[in-house]
Design a protein around this ligand. Sequence first.
Ligand code: PRP
Ligand code: MN
Ligand code: MG
Length: 195
Amino acid sequence: FPHHYSEDLECVFIPHGIITDRTERLAKNIMNDIGDNYITVLCVLKGGYKFCADLVEHIKNLSRNSDKFISMRVDFVKVKSYCNDQSMEEIQIIGGEELSKLTGKNVLIVEDIVGTGRTMRSLLSHIEKFKPKMLKVVSLLVKRTQEGHGYRPDYAGFEIPNIFVVGYALDYNEYFRDLNHICIISEKAKAKYKV
Ligand code: PRP
Ligand code: MN
Ligand code: MG
C-alpha cells in the first residue's frame, strides 16, 4: 500500500492487474456489440474516472488494430449520492446541460459501481429524456445487495459481496481514490475520515 494509507486498509480486494485484464475483455465485448462505428462514452464522475480512462484506452487500441474504427466522443456527468458509507436522500446530477447533446448518439454510460442501483436508475431515467439512439451501461463492479433495486448493468466487470470498497477512484469521503487496487478499509479508517 502507499505509506499514507498503510494503517487504513484491511486488505487488497481486487489487484490492479486483474482490473486491467478485465477492462480489456469488457472493451472487446463492447466493441463486438456496437453495430455502428461511433460511440459516446459518458463517464460518471467522480468514481468512474479511472475505469473510464482505462476503458477508453482499450477501446481505442482495439479499434486501431481492427478494420472497424470507432469514432469516440467522451462526455462527463457528475452524480453524487453517498456521504460516509451511507446513501443520501437526494441524488444530485450535475453537468446536465451537456446531456442534450446525447440525442441520437450511441451512449455508453461508464460507472465504477452499481450498489443498490438507485444512482443508475435515476441517471438512466434522466438521460432517456434526451432520446439517445442506444443507451447501455458498463459498471466495473456490481454489488449483491438485499436492498438492490434489481438493476443489472449491460456489462459488469466483477460481482462483489455487499461490502464497502475503495480505491481505483472509489472513495470514502474523497479519500482512497488514488489507490490503484480496489481495497477494503478498516473500521478505524471509517471513523478517522468520517464527516
Ligand atoms: C457511488 C458510486 C456510484 C453510486 C452507486 O457514487 O460511484 O456512482 O455511488 O451507488 P448505488 O447503486 O447504491 O446508488 P458516490 O455517490 O459516492 O459519488 P462519487 O462517484 O463522486 O464518489
Ligand atoms: Mn459515483
Ligand atoms: Mg463516492
